[in-house]
Design a protein around this ligand. Structure first.
Ligand code: 6GU
Length: 242
C-alpha cells in the first residue's frame, strides 16, 4: 500500500518510523511518504491560510495550495483522499478495515479552522473517493495526530505486518463486537493477587467460556452501546444468564 501525508508539520509524523509501522515500511509492505504543504505555496512567505469569507475567528487553509499539493501526490494512481476533521464521520475499526483494502491513500492534514470546503468538493466532482473522518468527539489542534492514529490502525491490518494474524481475531472491536477479556502472565501470584484459577487449569473449553463471560461483563459495564448493537444471533445460550 502507498500512503501520502500532506501537512505543515511533517515532524509530527516522525513516529511512523517506529515500531510496527516502521517495520512495515522497511519490509516494503508500506510505501509511506510525508510532504510539507508549504513546498506548494507560491509566495515569499509560503502562506497556506487566509481569513474566512463571511467573517469569524481563525484562519482557513487555501484551496489553491491544497489543490496543487494533492494533484501532485495523487498523480501516480487513483488515491482515496482522507481528510481528518472533527466534523467528519467517526473513524472505527470498520473504517480501518475498509481503508486497508485500498492501493493508495492520501491524508490531507488541516490546521486552524480547516481546509476550504471546495477542496473536498472538487475531488469528489472528479470521481475521487473523499472521506472526511473524525477520530472521536473532542477537538485536536490539527489532523496530524488523527492521521497517526488512522495510519497505525490501517497499517497493522495489512497482510504480513502482524507476525501472528491470530492476534487480530479476538481483539477489542473485532468480529465478536465485544471488548477483549482481561489478560494475565507470570508470575501467578503478584503482590498477593492471584491469576484467575481457570486460566491455570489447562481446560480449554472452560477457559474459552470464562473469556467470553469476562468480555461480555466488561462490554456491558463499559460500552452498553456495543451490547445493544450485537446481532440477535450474537449471543449463545450460555450468554443469556448474564
Ligand atoms: Cl480528525 N481532527 C481534529 N482537528 N480534531 C479531531 C479529529 C480530527 N478527530 C477528533 N478530533
Amino acid at each position: 500500500m502507498r500512503i501520502d501525508v500532506v501537512t505543515i508539520f511533517p515532524d509530527y509524523l516522525a513516529a511512523l518510523d517506529l515500531s510496527l509501522v516502521g517495520k512495515a515500511r522497511t519490509a516494503g509492505l508500506l510505501d509511506l511518504r510525508v510532504h510539507d504543504l508549504r513546498s506548494w505555496a507560491t509566495d515569499r512567505h509560503r502562506t497556506v491560510d487566509d481569513t474566512p469569507f463571511g467573517g469569524g475567528a481563525g484562519m482557513v487553509m487555501r484551496p489553491d495550495v491544497w489543490g496543487a499539493a494533492l494533484d501532485e501526490v495523487m498523480a501516480p494512481g487513483p488515491a482515496h483522499l482522507v481528510v481528518p476533521t472533527p466534523s467528519g464521520e467517526t473513524f472505527t475499526q470498520r473504517t480501518a478495515e475498509a481503508l486497508a483494502t485500498e492501493e493508495h491513500l492520501a491524508f490531507a492534514c488541516g490546521r486552524y479552522e480547516g481546509i476550504d470546503a471546495r477542496v473536498a468538493e472538487r475531488y469528489r466532482a472528479q470521481g475521487v473517493r473523499v472521506s472526511e473522518v473524525s477520530i472521536g468527539d473532542y477537538v485536536l489542534n490539527g489532523g496530524e495526530v488523527a492521521t497517526l492514529v488512522m495510519v497505525e490502525a490501517v497499517a497493522r491490518l495489512l497482510p504480513g505486518v502482524i507476525g501472528n494474524p491470530a492476534s487480530l481475531v479476538e481483539e477489542s472491536h473485532g468480529a465478536a463486537g465485544l471488548l477483549e477479556y482481561p489478560v494475565y502472565t507470570k508470575p501467578p501470584v503478584w503482590d498477593g493477587l492471584d491469576v484467575p484459577e481457570v486460566l491455570l487449569s489447562g481446560h480449554h473449553a472452560r477457559i474459552a467460556r470464562w473469556r467470553r463471560d469476562e468480555a461480555l461483563r466488561r462490554t456491558a459495564a463499559r460500552r452498553p452501546d456495543l451490547v445493544a448493537a450485537l446481532p440477535v444471533d450474537g449471543l449463545d445460550k450460555h450468554d443469556l444468564a448474564l
